[in-house]
Design a protein around this ligand. Structure first.
Ligand SMILES: [Zn+2]
Length: 354
């Protein structure tokens, strides 16, 4: 991957952005897209919308959610330990022993998630997964008073692992879900740089997906697009314990994933496949027999309905502190989407027909 893009990805994943606290990541997005967009706006909800104008009227929204899962300071006890609650879908059994970052305004503190050591656990405690009540954050405070000089109830907390390459293309970090999607939205505008296009492209870094698809809902209402594609991650099924019969066959490095099903406009799906062929990139197909758990769900049912699509990046170990994706799949998504943009104009009919 080119250096500028790799840097953009690294800055995105390493900037803290639990749902409701996305602005550090949004700042990275704004700085990247400003050279490739005609307009960049941030709405009152915190969504960042970068517009590349086209010659026609058609409006295309492409959206990746900028928020990541995280924790929040809930209570500070007399001894200066932080009790926390989850922002988004957290698996508590993964937490004991992790280092975390606690953000207080512009300040960041490091902490460790504590749990009673295995030697001291009762047999019944050993056999069950940790619950949030069993855990705390130790950030070296002397006592409550000392802790409260540094952090406050409501401060956001993130996992700490930053970006590391496991091989040339395989990258691990926290929050590929879904900085991958924000990356694709931004990199698409860069890919289209200096090109005259017919469609108006609204490349959105949306907020609060992890707590109920909330930013895509407000941004889609505001933009009022004709066609809207969400970019998110999906479960790769190429590692131990994944049931291909239930989850399909999705491999890391075999290209971005196109969803098909009721959440997807049939014409958008056909055009995306055609775009993949034209762009000569690999892509995979995933069955989605109901509304997806992604921003594509709310985009589709905005106002009188939007022609929706969903492109996903295969992801291993979703919602853990070290997710894994392949840069190849990001590149395939960007190239495929750019081709899609070149193929649509005011004449494109998205109404489903036999
Ligand atoms: Zn997620």
């Amino acid at each position: 991957m080119e250096k500028e893009l790799k840097n953009f990805f690294k800055k995105l994943v390493e900037s803290p952005s639990p749902s409701g606290f996305e602005q550090p990541a949004q700042e990275v997005y704004r700085n990247f897209v400003k050279d490739y967009a005609d307009e960049v706006k941030t709405d009152v909800h915190g969504n960042v919308i970068a517009l590349k104008k086209g010659s026609g009227k058609l409006k295309f929204m492409v959206s990746g959610h900028a928020d990541e899962i995280g924790l929040m300071v809930n209570y500070i006890d007399e001894d200066g330990f932080i009790r926390f609650s989850a922002i988004g879908g957290i698996d508590y059994s993964l937490l004991p022993g992790l280092r975390v970052n606690i953000y207080h305004g512009k300040k960041m503190y490091r902490g460790v998630i504590g749990r009673k050591p295995i030697h001291l656990l009762k047999p019944e405690e050993r056999n069950r997964a940790s619950k949030v009540e069993d855990l705390w954050i130790d950030f070296g405070a002397k006592d409550k008073k000392d802790a409260e000089k540094k952090v406050s109830v409501g401060d956001p907390i993130t996992f700490s692992p930053g970006m590391e390459m496991l091989s040339r293309e395989i990258v691990t970090t926290k929050a590929t879900d879904n900085k991958a999607g924000v990356f694709v939205a931004g990199a698409l505008l860069r890919e289209l740089k200096d090109e005259k296009i017919a469609v108006n492209v609204y490349a959105v870094a949306s907020v609060q997906e992890e707590i109920g698809l909330r930013g895509a809902k407000t941004s889609a209402f505001g933009i009022d697009p004709d066609v809207g594609i969400a970019i998110d991650v999906t479960h790769a099924t190429d590692y131990p314990g994944m049931n291909k019969g239930l989850l399909g066959d999705i491999k890391l490095g075999k290209g971005c994933v196109l969803s098909v099903g009721p959440n997807i406009n049939p014409k958008v799906f056909e055009l995306l496949k055609e775009a993949g062929k034209k762009a000569k990139v690999d892509y995979q197909i995933e069955a989605a027999p109901r509304g997806t758990g992604t921003d594509a769900n709310v985009i589709q049912v905005t106002r009188a309905g939007v022609a929706a699509g969903l492109i996903s990046i295969p992801n291993r170990y979703m919602h853990t502190p070290n997710e894994i994706i392949s840069f190849k799949d990001l590149e395939s998504a960007v190239k495929l989407l750019a081709e899609f943009v070149r193929m649509i104009d005011d004449q494109t009919d998205f109404i489903p027909k036999v």
